[in-house]
Write a protein that binds this ligand. Structure first.
Ligand code: KG4
Ligand code: ZN
Length: 332
């Protein structure tokens, strides 16, 4: 089956074509960073308007890159949520119209599921596995037992890991998007130079908390030591605090659930220190650690097309009443 995927949940308009036997045929992402950068974060109304401008050219490009026309497409998958509702509605409305005009089946994909299964674009990971999903809006651990079968093990009690990166970068005057900036300058810094708090909560807890770390960074930056510190060292030390908690808690879940495989997913899993630490500690623990390539960690439509292909092949479709949803469907 060959599926056109469309993603518009936040500030990236994306389209991709995935084919079960030929693999990923195209993957187009149009970023809105330049639009939101001046505001230091995503402005929802501007995001919707940008999606409206970009969705047609992005889909056209994905089809032409894949040398695929209407006849070769067997289904259309679109992100239905969670995300910014105004942004989601643009993608959903466009996908619905295309499915109607072309007479093709439609699948409304869950954005979190799409991230968690993105690894299959490059690797055949045996089920079950533990997934650490770390993005701008979510930080969660799942036990993944099959397609569409994920059990929520825990999540953040306050900020998401990506949010922590973005807020830290803003405090340090590094601009938006912050995660990438901290990653870039952190490579030149000493990660043991400063110690920032790690919120482990209880040992058994699969929950996360990053608000204390954020406050600690703010207090540090206002102190004489913080004012004199090299930004590279602050970025590296902050990044280390986030990465250690993420990897530590993911490996505890692996042990508790007795599942010898860990998959990283979501935008923050593009972070180079998090990737190195996960591979290193995963190898030391004797488990398989799987990381999608960086472009498949951040928002993209390849993961939406793949999930849509698997679910539609298994007989799961959405009706013409498909609607957007803002909040995660995975709760404790
Ligand atoms: O998955 P994603 O693209 O969008 C959401 O679903 O939220 O994740 C975006 C988040 C942002 O907070 C961004 O700062 C963070 O991922 N991010 C990174 C890196 N690349 C993106 N954080 C740390 N290091 C990176 N290299
Ligand atoms: Zn995402």
């Amino acid at each position: 089956m060959r599926v056109l995927g469309i993603e518009s949940s936040c500030d990236e308009t994306a389209a991709a074509v995935y084919d079960r036997s030929a693999g990923l045929l195209s993957n187009v992402v149009s970023s809105q960073v330049a639009v939101h950068g001046v505001y230091g974060g995503v402005v929802p109304e501007l995001a919707s308007r940008e999606h409206l401008k970009s969705v047609v050219p992005v889909v056209e490009r994905a089809l032409s890159d894949a040398s695929t026309g209407r006849d070769a497409i067997d289904g259309i998958a679109v992100t239905a949520g969670p995300g910014l509702v105004g942004s989601l509605l643009v993608g959903i409305c466009f996908a619905k119209s295309l499915a109607f005009a072309w007479g093709k089946p439609l699948y409304g994909a869950d954005h979190l599921e799409a991230h968690v299964y993105a690894v299959f674009l490059e690797n055949d990971v045996p089920f079950p596995y533990i997934a650490l999903l770390v993005s701008g809006g979510h930080t969660s651990l799942f036990r993944v037992v099959g397609w569409g079968e994920m059990k929520f093990l825990g999540g953040t009690l306050d900020d998401a890991a990506g949010e922590a990166f973005d807020k830290a970068a803003k405090m340090m005057g590094l601009g938006y998007p912050g995660g990438v900036a901290i990653d870039r300058i952190g490579r030149e810094g000493d990660r043991a130079r400063f110690h920032f708090p790690r919120a482990w909560l209880s040992r058994e807890s699969a929950d996360f908390s990053f608000s204390g770390l954020k406050t600690a960074l703010r207090t540090f930056l206002a102190s004489p030591e913080g004012k004199a510190a090299r930004p590279e060292d602050v970025a590296a030390s902050f990044q280390e605090a986030v990465a250690e908690v993420l990897v530590g808690k993911a490996l505890s879940a692996v042990e508790r659930e007795r599942v010898p495989r860990l998959v990283l997913a979501g935008g923050v899993s593009a972070n180079s220190r998090l990737r190195d630490l996960a591979l290193q500690r995963g190898a030391a623990a004797g488990i398989g650690t799987f990381l999608p390539s960086k472009a498949l960690c951040t928002d993209n439509a390849a993961m939406v097309a793949l999930l849509g292909e698997r679910r539609m092949s298994a007989g799961s479709f959405s009706g013409p009443d498909l609607n957007a949803y803002a909040a995660s469907r995975f709760t404790r």
